[in-house]
Each structure stands twice: as C-alpha cells, then as structure tokens.
Ligand binder design. Structure first.
Ligand SMILES: Nc1ncnc2c1ncn2[C@@H]1O[C@H](COP(=O)(O)OP(=O)(O)O)[C@@H](O)[C@H]1O
Ligand SMILES: O=c1ccn([C@@H]2O[C@H](COP(=O)(O)OP(=O)(O)O)[C@@H](O)[C@H]2O)c(=O)[nH]1
Length: 238
C-alpha cells in the first residue's frame, strides 16, 4: 500500500459543516462520520491537529448579537468553538481515538490551555489535538487560527474541509457557472478576493510557505485521498 503524503497536518473543520443538514447546532451522524475519517487517517500514523470553527452555533445566536460590540460578539464566537471542540473530543473518544482539547482562551475548568510544547508532545504521542477558541483574539477567524497553529506546529499542510469541493472562480453556491481550480497561487487567491478563506489566513500561510488544500467535508473518502496525495480539491501554493 502506498504511504501517506504527509506526516503532520492541520485540519480545519468549519463549524457549519458540523450542522449537516440541520439549521444550526451539531448533527450527530455528521460529527461521527467526520471523526471516522480522522480516525482512519490517524491510524496510518499521520499526526493530526484540528482547528474547529463555531459558525454552526454562533450564527444561530448572531441576530441577538446585532448592535453588540464586535469584540464581545467575537468572544461569543470563540466560546462556540469551545463547545464544538468538546463535542469533537468526545466523539473521538467514542471512536477509540485519543484526543486532547486545548483552548486559546483561559477556561481551565473546562479545557486545558493551549501550550505549544504540550501540543507538540501530544502530536508526537499520536494523540489528535483539537484547538479551541481560534486565535484567542477578536477580529480574527478560525481560518486564521488554522494558519497560525499550522505554522506553530510545523504542519506540512493546512487541510480546509468545507461544504464545497474546492476553490471556484466564484462562490459556487451563488454562481452556477463557476469553475473549479485544481491549483491556485496565494497571490492569485488574494488578488481575486476568493471568499473561501479570509485574506489574513491566506497571507499568513503564504509567508510561512504553508500550502492549503480545500476539499469537501461530505464527499466520502476525500480526506483520505488528500492525505495519500491523490487528486482531490484545490491546492493553494506559494
Ligand atoms: N471562490 C470560491 N470558491 C469556493 N467557495 C467559495 C468561494 N467564494 C465563497 N465560497 C464559499 O465559502 C464557503 C467555504 O468557507 P467556510 O469557511 O467553510 O464556510 P463558513 O466559514 O462560511 O462556514 C463555501 O461554503 C462557499 O459557499
Ligand atoms: O481567532 C478567532 C476565531 C474565531 N473568532 C470568532 O468566532 C467565530 C466563529 O469562528 P468562524 O466564523 O471562523 O467559524 P466557522 O466559519 O469555521 O464555522 C467568528 O465569527 C468570530 O466571531 C474570533 O473572534 N477569533
């Protein structure tokens, strides 16, 4: 059997992907199938760190956050990612995967704080590390947290698992004529204002020469194909 293309990866799971077909929150069968995919990859000996979003919970409460201070609303968003991280860690335990959740904001009774050497130790021990609370700072996104943590742990690639199967010339949910890129450079992705990831995340990955692969979270076997270096999704390169 061929070998995985990567030793250590940073997987970004969007919060909205956890909803499945529900309107908000966490869909049990969706989270279970995601965890099964991660378990399969971890069994190959690939070190996996996960950054989880919060859109599935946070966008549900967002109307109530209207008119709120941006920073306060962002802290609410970060807390939503902590809930998702706890659910993900728990689902991993049920699937027989040892996972550790680490939070970028102090919430010690609930999850351990993010400490970089400790995260590296867990990864070396073959544990899946789930990074909660994004970067810990308002005005950022969990995509930027993925770029940041990916750089910090020297991941070889950021894998962005999302609702679309790659980067298109325009948002495929709005433009039926949009076509898929197999590869695209960071400069082109930023210049074209492709909304699939924010410019801060793209710029950080570009500066760190950390490639990104965007692929579908719902397509069966897609994560494994990405890990094996097969043709899947869109590669963003320097
Ligand atoms: N050029 C594009 N190519 C692909 N997806 C795009 C593009 N522009 C916007 N999108 C949207 O970006 C989304 C992926 O971002 P993601 O971070 O997973 O979602 P969110 O953070 O909004 O939950 C897709 O659902 C897609 O509709
Ligand atoms: O470093 C971060 C990461 C996240 N957030 C907040 O948390 C919310 C949820 O994260 P995100 O939108 O990235 O989740 P996703 O779209 O992946 O579900 C964001 O809207 C922000 O309000 C933040 O303030 N700082």
């Amino acid at each position: 059997m061929s070998k995985p293309a990567f030793k250590r990866v940073l997987l970004k799971l969007s919060g909205e992907a956890l909803m499945g077909d529900d309107a908000y929150g966490i869909n049990r069968s969706t989270i279970e199938s995601m965890v099964a995919d991660v378990a399969e990859v971890a069994k190959l000996g690939v070190e996996v760190a996960v950054v989880i979003g919060g859109g599935n919970i946070f966008r549900g409460v967002a109307p109530g956050a209207q008119g709120m201070d941006r920073a306060t609303a962002d802290y609410m968003g970060m807390l939503a990612t902590v809930m998702n991280a706890l659910a993900l860690g728990d689902a991993m335990r049920h699937a027989g995967v040892t996972a550790r959740v680490m939070s970028a904001i102090g919430i010690d009774q609930v999850v351990e704080p993010y400490v970089r050497p400790k995260a590296l130790q867990y990864l070396e021990e073959g544990k899946v590390v789930v990074f909660a609370a994004g970067t810990g700072n308002p005005f950022f996104t969990t995509d930027t947290a993925a770029a940041l943590r990916g750089s910090e742990i020297s991941a070889e690639i950021v894998l962005k698992a999302t609702k679309v199967d790659g980067i298109y010339t325009a948002d495929p949910k709005k433009d039926p004529n949009a076509t898929l890129f197999h590869t695209i450079s960071f400069d082109e992705a930023i210049a074209k204002h492709l909304q699939v990831m924010d410019a801060t995340a793209f710029a950080l990955c570009r500066d760190q020469k950390l490639p990104i692969k965007v692929f579908s979270i719902t397509k069966p076997g897609a994560l494994m194909r990405v890990i094996m270096g097969e043709d899947e999704g869109t590669l963003v390169h320097v």
